[in-house]
Design a protein around this ligand. Structure first.
Ligand code: ADP
Length: 489
């Protein structure tokens, strides 16, 4: 960035020397042209000013004492109309008073007559560095303004007093503001959304050594249209880390939300529609098997059993899809109650043990009855731990062990389901919570499943503000760790 900026200003600086003494004009022109500057001269203030009004000069060297228009007048005129031009005054009598007065009127520097070529070069170089720095700042500011104004996300900055410093067109459009200029106005004059205002308040009172973003989802009605936006507010800090103001970024997620809702609706509609014909198919197969349509041979029963099993698997997939779409649309987790985790795990141990014993797998439970309860949807919790337990049994060879432990850790209850089964490779661990992901290796290829169980587990835990993690080692086994917040007592 810096390189580009300096390249931009590598044009030859243009200098104008205004002096009624030909000797001085010529000397300045010679010395400065030798340095590679583009130098022009004027013999009096009037000519000088008309040249300045016609073309831009980076620097004007002007003699204070000239007939007709004085150097002071040239200086005032340049300061008033050409803010990007720097003026250096040449003071004939080297009086301190004149120099001070010129500086007060906005001269950048002064150079007393007589001066040496080196003195002239030094003072000119210093002033040009200053103009370059000024120009860089002005360029960066205008570039930034263009970028921010062209963003499709809404951006607004305020100072520490909550006065608006900048608000791009996208921001004003999103909040439905089409009034007068908002610069310098208080945020609460143009924004009425409480969440947005409170986000700005929160970041302003943030401790200087903390950096946090306050993110929220806000709902606005804009010209009769409901909009859903994400709002992210961050503090804006000075060099000594003091709060200088806030930056708020708005992103319109209305379309995304609508699509998500449509997807969930579609999945639940399809699942419903598919389930009923499947159930009737199962019923009809059962009727045939039971001989209601005439005698059936043993071979035919075997085939009908296999067909029923396939339909049951399909039914499972549909049920899980339905569960997932219900959880995602937030339907399930709303009805919460006090759930005694120890009791729940005990029930699940009893329920799953017969199935585990078919594979000679024992389910151990290390859990005391005294844990505080959690506030959760009981059916959801059964689904979470049933899934983890059945997976532990499914993905373990005969004779493995399954151990369930529960402990209280800070504000959470920590439940671990540990098996001594096939285990998974590290690259699979990241993906198993993704919908439909199944690990297929020589041990697990034949095991039936949908790849939806763990994504349901994760969605449920997320809606309960908990966390799930997994560790695993091939041939050693897998441990799932669930953290769930304890109910406030
Ligand atoms: P499903 O069991 O229906 O395939 P899940 O979402 O429950 O779907 O699990 C996803 C994948 O994660 C499984 O296919 C399996 O490969 C792997 N997995 C889950 N639990 C275990 C476990 N305890 N041990 C080894 N692999 C597991």
């Amino acid at each position: 960035m810096t390189t580009i900026l300096s390249e931009v200003h590598l044009h030859t600086p243009r200098i104008l020397v205004v002096d009624d003494e030909a000797r001085i004009r010529d000397a300045c022109k010679m010395v400065l042209s030798d340095k590679g500057f583009d130098v022009e001269v004027a013999a009096d203030g009037e000519v000088g000013l008309s040249m300045i009004n016609k073309a831009h000069f980076d620097l004007v060297l002007v003699d204070l004492m000239m007939p007709t228009i004085s150097g002071f007048d040239v200086l005032s005129e340049v300061r008033a109309n050409h803010p990007d031009t720097v003026v250096i005054v040449i003071t004939g009598y080297a009086t301190l008073e004149h120099s001070i007065e010129a500086m007060k009127k906005g001269a950048f520097d002064f150079i007393p007559k007589p001066f040496t070529p080196d003195q002239l070069r030094a003072v000119v170089e210093k002033s040009l560095q200053y103009t370059r720095a000024l120009q860089d700042i002005a360029d960066s500011k205008s570039r930034l303004r263009v970028i921010v104004n062209r963003l499709t996300d809404g951006v607004m900055t305020t100072d520490a007093e909550k006065l608006i410093v900048q608000a791009n067109p996208a921001f004003l459009h999103m909040i439905g503001y089409h009034g007068e200029d908002v610069l310098g106005r208080r945020v609460d004059e143009i924004i009425s959304n409480e969440n947005l205002l409170s986000g700005i308040d929160q970041v302003l009172v943030m401790e200087p050594d903390t950096f946090m973003e306050v993110a929220s989802e806000i709902h606005l009605t804009n010209s009769g249209e409901d909009k859903i936006l994400t709002a992210r507010c961050t503090p804006f800090r000075g060099r000594t880390k003091e709060n200088l103001g806030t930056v708020t970024v708005l992103h319109d997620i209305t379309a995304l939300k609508k699509m998500d809702q449509m997807k969930s609706d579609f999945v639940s509609m399809v699942s419903h529609e598919v389930r009923s014909p499947m159930n009737s198919l199962l019923m009809q197969l059962k009727n045939i098997k039971d001989g209601l349509a005439g005698d059936v041979t043993e071979k035919q029963v075997e085939i009908l059993n296999r067909a029923s099993e396939k339909i049951l698997n399909l039914n499972n997939l549909v049920t899980e899809l339905l569960d997932l779409s219900r959880i995602e649309s937030g339907l399930i987790a709303h009805e919460k109650e006090q759930v005694n985790v120890a009791e729940l795990l005990k029930e699940l141990q009893t329920f799953h043990s017969p199935y585990a014993l078919e594979k000679d797998i024992t389910i151990n439970l290390n859990c005391s009855q005294e844990y505080p309860s959690i506030l959760a949807n009981k059916q959801n919790m059964e689904e979470v731990f049933s899934n983890l337990i059945t997976n532990g049994i499914k993905y373990s060879p005969d004779g493995a062990t399954l151990t369930i432990t529960a402990d209280v850790e800070n504000e959470y209850i920590k439940i671990q389901v540990k098996d001594t089964g096939y285990g998974m490779r590290p690259e699979d661990l990241e993906k198993i919570f993704t919908r439909f992901y199944r690990v297929k290796d020589s041990n697990t290829r034949e095991i039936q499943g949908t790849g939806l169980g763990l994504s349901i587990v994760k969605s449920i835990i997320d809606t309960h503000h908990g966390n799930i993690s997994v560790t695993s080692e091939i041939g050693q086994g897998t441990t799932f760790t669930v953290l769930l917040p304890l109910a406030d007592t």
